[in-house]
Design a protein around this ligand. Structure first.
Ligand code: FMN
Length: 250
């Protein structure tokens, strides 16, 4: 009975952590201790892996955070999750085989390893009271990151992560998602029709508008005139317009 209760408590805890997590973009001055850092990195290592085709490089030094990938000011630790074929290549060589790391399948597996590890770190950080946000421009800036962190050729940065203690004044609500039925399918994929796409947009747009997200952050992206007239002021502007512009201009 006792163990059942402990197990039940633990599972409730993990759902609380997952369901309350949101990306954090403002941090306090409080540093992250070595012990906590090690704990969350070990949690990263506990992620499932295909062949441990990943590693992580991190820094606490502000001068190493001056990269053109939108690192948030006040970030206490900046991490990069890396596709890493270095160790496996050396193991293969020690066994006396040659290694063809150009194989796309190897790349996919290593990207999956790195991404799964990053999510474990994100959730473990959350459980320790930290906040985090990923940085997606990382692969585009791989040359700069490679130089700053001295990455060898078989190692490629997949995604960055800013970490720190959340600034309580800047805490946002959890962000909406598409309705589950458009993202989880039993037995076969269901291609959404136009009305269903509108429903997806509505769930996101109304969620962000209720939170006043774009107006609070003055985050409207002006539409480049090559895409036509900009018809969205802050009354109409929300997630679907924002993400369209991000996607068509990135
Ligand atoms: C691969 C990836 C790249 C991301 N890149 C950035 C980024 O460069 N800057 C940023 O502020 N947020 C970035 N994010 C965070 C997303 O904006 C955020 O996860 C999404 O809006 C959902 O919000 P939530 O994490 O608060 O639930 C990224 C997320 C992912 C998964």
């Amino acid at each position: 009975m006792f163990f059942y209760w402990v197990k039940k408590m633990q599972s409730q805890d993990i759902f609380k952590i997952i369901n309350n997590r949101r990306s954090i973009r403002k941090f306090t001055e409080k540093p992250i201790s070595k012990e906590i850092l090690e704990k969350i990195l070990i949690a990263g290592q506990r992620a499932p892996f295909a062949f441990q085709g990943w590693s992580v490089v991190y820094t606490r030094k502000p001068e190493k955070m001056k990269l053109k990938i939108g690192v948030y000011p006040m970030t206490k630790v900046l991490m990069f999750f890396l596709l890493d074929l270095n160790i496996i290549e050396k193991i293969i060589n020690q066994r006396g085989y040659d290694y063809d790391a150009e194989d796309a399948n190897t790349m996919w597996l290593a990207i999956q390893d790195a991404t799964l590890a990053s999510e474990n770190v994100i959730l473990a950080a959350e459980a320790m009271g930290l906040g985090s946000v990923l940085l997606g421009a990382t692969p585009k800036r791989y040359e700069e990151i490679r130089e700053v962190f001295n990455l060898p050729t078989r190692v490629f940065p997949i995604v960055g992560l800013c970490l720190g203690y959340p600034d309580p004044e800047a805490l946002m609500e959890v962000r909406p998602r598409y309705p589950l039925k458009y993202m989880a399918f039993e037995d076969e994929y269901k291609d959404p029709n136009e009305e269903e796409i509108k429903e997806c947009m509505k769930a996101m747009d109304e969620g962000y508008k209720t939170q006043g997200y774009y107006i609070k952050n003055q985050a409207k992206i002006p539409l480049d005139e090559k895409f036509g007239e900009d018809k969205y002021d802050y009354d109409k502007y929300s997630w679907s317009e924002h993400d369209c512009i991000c996607q068509i201009t990135s």
